[in-house]
Ligand binder design. Sequence first.
Ligand SMILES: CCCCCCCCCCCCC/C=C/C(=O)SCCNC(=O)CCNC(=O)[C@H](O)C(C)(C)COP(=O)(O)OP(=O)(O)OC[C@H]1O[C@@H](n2cnc3c(N)ncnc32)[C@H](O)[C@@H]1OP(=O)(O)O
Ligand SMILES: Cc1cc2nc3c(=O)[nH]c(=O)nc-3n(C[C@H](O)[C@H](O)[C@H](O)COP(=O)(O)OP(=O)(O)OC[C@H]3O[C@@H](n4cnc5c(N)ncnc54)[C@H](O)[C@@H]3O)c2cc1C
Length: 551
Amino acid sequence: MFVPTLMGQCTPEQQAYWLPRALDMQIIGTYAQTELGHGTFIRGLETTATYDPETETFVMNSPTLTSYKWWAGGLAKTVNYCIVVAQLYTKGVCHGTHPFIVQIRDEETHMPRPGVKVGDIGPKLGFNTADNGYLGFDNYRIPRDNMMMKNAQVLKDGTYVKVARHGKATYGTMVFVRVLLVNEAAFNLAKACTIAVRYSAIRRQCSPDSEGSELQVLDYSTQQHKLFICIATAHALQLNSTWLWKTFSDTLAAIKQGNVDTLPELHALSSCLKALSTADAASLIEQCRHACGGHGYMMSSGLPYLYAFVTATRTYEGDYTILLLQTARFLVKAYEQVEAGKPLTPTVSYLSQAFTGKKLPWDSSPDGIIRAFQALAAGKLSSTVKSLRKRLESGLSYEQAWELSTIQLNGAAEAHCRAVMSQNYKSEIERLTVNSSPNVKLVLQQLYKVYLYYWALERTGDLLLYTSISESDIFELQLRYEGLLKEIRPNAVGIVDAFDLRDEVLHSALGSYDGNVYERLMAEAQKSPLNAEPVNQTFHTYLKPMMKGKL
Ligand SMILES: CCCCCCCCCCCCC/C=C/C(=O)SCCNC(=O)CCNC(=O)[C@H](O)C(C)(C)COP(=O)(O)OP(=O)(O)OC[C@H]1O[C@@H](n2cnc3c(N)ncnc32)[C@H](O)[C@@H]1OP(=O)(O)O
Ligand SMILES: Cc1cc2nc3c(=O)[nH]c(=O)nc-3n(C[C@H](O)[C@H](O)[C@H](O)COP(=O)(O)OP(=O)(O)OC[C@H]3O[C@@H](n4cnc5c(N)ncnc54)[C@H](O)[C@@H]3O)c2cc1C
């Protein structure tokens, strides 16, 4: 996050000075925005940067315990520089949060600079290879030039000058990392389902009849139900990640030309796609662990590490709930544009035909299901706006009405995102397989159908509300879904092999390519320190005295 922020928030002159040093690893930095007391509410951050025209310096200060920077990766012991997001004061006026480059350790001795308090925040659920730290300032001075001045400046005499045309240009790094995190979610889910599918092909358990041999657990329908959605989702996230990256790049190019019109849609998309992809990946990685029984609970399976790493992405770079509410904000505006007969941006264009007041005729084809997801999103949005307006008519303020409607707002945002992801998934597969062999086309189409049928069956309640789907349609869809799982089964191992993940990347006794699961589990067990000697000294210090009633 340090380098992307240098690139996104510094003037060309500042980049010329800082970037080579950062890329050369002469300086190592992190991005310190979150504080002990605030992570989501950036405008509530308490660290201050007060400009002193006498010395042409900013005085960095942590006025309260809750103002201490908290969480930044590498902050505890690794970095010697930080990008610190602080409330900027000049001439007695607060201009809100701005980014500053702050040296916190001596470049030679690595000792913390006078006026800087820095340390480690302690053990975490995962991510323990990163030294996330805390940082406090005691009236610590930095040169005026260390304010990152691409979007705003403070002149030598303390005059504040706003440069950026879009009020949230300083939030750019967060959008960038959110876009990256969709790809990260896809990559880690692909690892987890490679491990779980390969292991499920090796593991035999239970024989349906007394004489027969035990079945591969991958042959059980319930195991296929657990795992094939994971494979399909890994592909869905990867294709959406590539699509989102292009949307991000196009928006960035437009901003460079001074056109910020597409930034709101990018913010809405990156928010909900980051939220849904990280939440889906975390819960499906946990599902992969469930599918591996006791051995999935071993650290040597690689699955606990993957879960601990990915579940954090649901929180950092914008908490799930918060980001969906950002998307909901954009959707409510889109609803108002439909009412006013104004044009809509591409990803919400389906709304222009949606508010007919009639249920969408059910069509179980892939395109029909995608249209149903769009109808579901539009229906939820319409119902949410109705709740908002009913509350406003009762005399509540907009903020109060909004807060009371946030559960529905989140539901509308999630439904919108599912519709966007499903549409992208199918259209990207069709675009990319134009020249593929019939077999590849068949398998990839089977996977996106798994995704569509799975989520349609997960949302039958909503589909009954907003489409003409009937009980028998649902019955038929369930049978079709279960039949599709059986069609995929023969290719399942080949499909995860196609993720092409080397053993060194999987780090898993269950998922290694050679399938020698039991030998690898035993080999990993031998590494346990408890196996260093036949009798552990705790027998003599605790167990034996206890057994003799002497404790
Ligand atoms: C190759 C390798 C790949 C590796 C992949 C990555 C690996 C991952 C490693 C990373 C390790 C962990 C790193 C983690 C870092 C962090 O966590 S950094 C801290 C992240 N913190 C957050 O995300 C905080 C979340 N909070 C916010 O973003 C904001 O507080 C808010 C919730 C958006 C609210 O902001 P606020 O200023 O209060 O604005 P609003 O009033 O809600 O909205 C005002 C308008 O501004 C628009 N807007 C808001 N944000 C953005 C944005 N980012 N971009 C564009 N526009 C934005 C918003 O839509 C409103 O617009 P209008 O509706 O038109 O008014
Ligand atoms: C592994 C990891 C690495 C991190 N790395 C960094 C880093 O490098 N740099 C950095 O600056 N930060 C980092 N963070 C911090 C991260 O950005 C924050 O944790 C995140 O933004 C959430 O903020 P918070 O922790 O204050 O949670 P809060 O915002 O306090 O959320 C707590 C709960 O309150 C809810 N909530 C909060 N506000 C609202 C609202 N308005 N409406 C409804 N519900 C609400 C949330 O949904 C959540 O359920 C990291 C965090 C983790 C876990």
